[in-house]
Design a protein around this ligand. Structure first.
Ligand code: ADP
Length: 183
C-alpha cells in the first residue's frame, strides 16, 4: 500500500503512522523525523535545515524532494510506504506523483486526520519539542492551512477522512476500517 497521511501538526500522525505501518507492513517515512535525525547527527543537510524547523517554516522543496526521492528508492519502500509529513504542498505532490509514475505506481489513498486547531495547539504545548513554542506552533498551523490543506482538493479522489479525536487505539481502528471501506 502507498499511503500519505495529511493533517495539522499535532494531529497524532506520527503515533498512528507507527501503528499503521506495522499493521499494513510498509515502512513509516516521516520527513520531520528524517530532518531531525540529520540535525542531531549534524550533517550538512541538518545544518542547512535547522533554521527552518526552528521557525516552523517549510524546508525548501529542492532539499525536501531530494531527501524523499532517495528514501523512496531504498529497497524497503519499493513495495509500499506510509508517508508522514510529505507532501506538504502541491508542488511536492507533483514531484511525488512523478516519482511514482516513473516506476508505474500511484498512491492508493491519502488519509486525512480531522481535528480542531485549538485541540492540537494544546497537545503540542504539552509535548514540548524544541519547535513547540506557542508562536512557532501557531505559525506551523498557519502553514498547514495555506500550504498543506489544499492537498485535500488535489487528492480529492483518494482522500479518506477520519476523526482524529479519541484514544490512540480507537483512532487506528477507525483508520484501518476507513481504508478498508475505501477500497
Ligand atoms: P509537525 O507535524 O508537528 O509539524 P513534523 O515532524 O512533521 O512536525 O515537521 C517538523 C518540521 O519539519 C516542519 O515544521 C518543517 O520545518 C519540516 N518539514 C517536515 N516535512 C516537510 C516537508 N514535506 N517540506 C518542508 N518542510 C518539512
Amino acid at each position: 500500500m502507498r499511503l500519505v497521511l495529511v493533517g495539522p501538526p499535532g494531529a497524532g500522525k506520527g503515533t498512528q503512522a507507527q501503528i499503521l505501518s506495522s499493521k499494513l507492513g510498509v515502512p513509516h517515512i516521516s520527513t520531520g523525523d528524517l530532518f531531525r535525525a540529520h540535525i542531531s547527527q549534524q550533517t550538512d543537510l541538518g545544518k542547512e535545515v535547522q533554521e527552518y524547523l526552528d521557525a516552523g517554516e517549510l524546508v525548501p522543496d529542492e532539499v525536501t524532494n531530494e531527501m524523499v526521492r532517495e528514501r523512496l528508492a531504498q529497497a524497503d519502500a519499493t513495495g509500499g510506504f506510509l508517508l508522514d509529513g510529505f507532501p506538504r504542498n502541491v508542488s511536492q505532490a507533483d514531484v511525488l506523483g512523478g516519482l511514482l509514475a516513473a516506476s508505474g505506481h500511484r498512491l492508493d489513498a491519502v488519509l486525512e486526520f480531522r481535528i480542531d486547531e485549538d485541540v492540537v495547539v494544546e497537545r503540542l504545548l504539552a509535548r514540548g519539542r524544541t519547535d513547540d513554542k506557542e508562536d512557532v506552533i501557531r505559525h506551523r498551523q498557519q502553514v498547514y492551512r495555506t500550504e498543506t490543506a489544499p492537498l485535500l482538493d488535489y487528492y480529492a479522489d483518494i482522500v479518506v477522512s477520519i476523526d482524529a479525536v479519541g484514544d490512540v487505539e480507537e483512532i487506528s481502528e477507525r483508520a484501518l476500517r476507513a481504508l478498508r471501506d475505501a477500497k
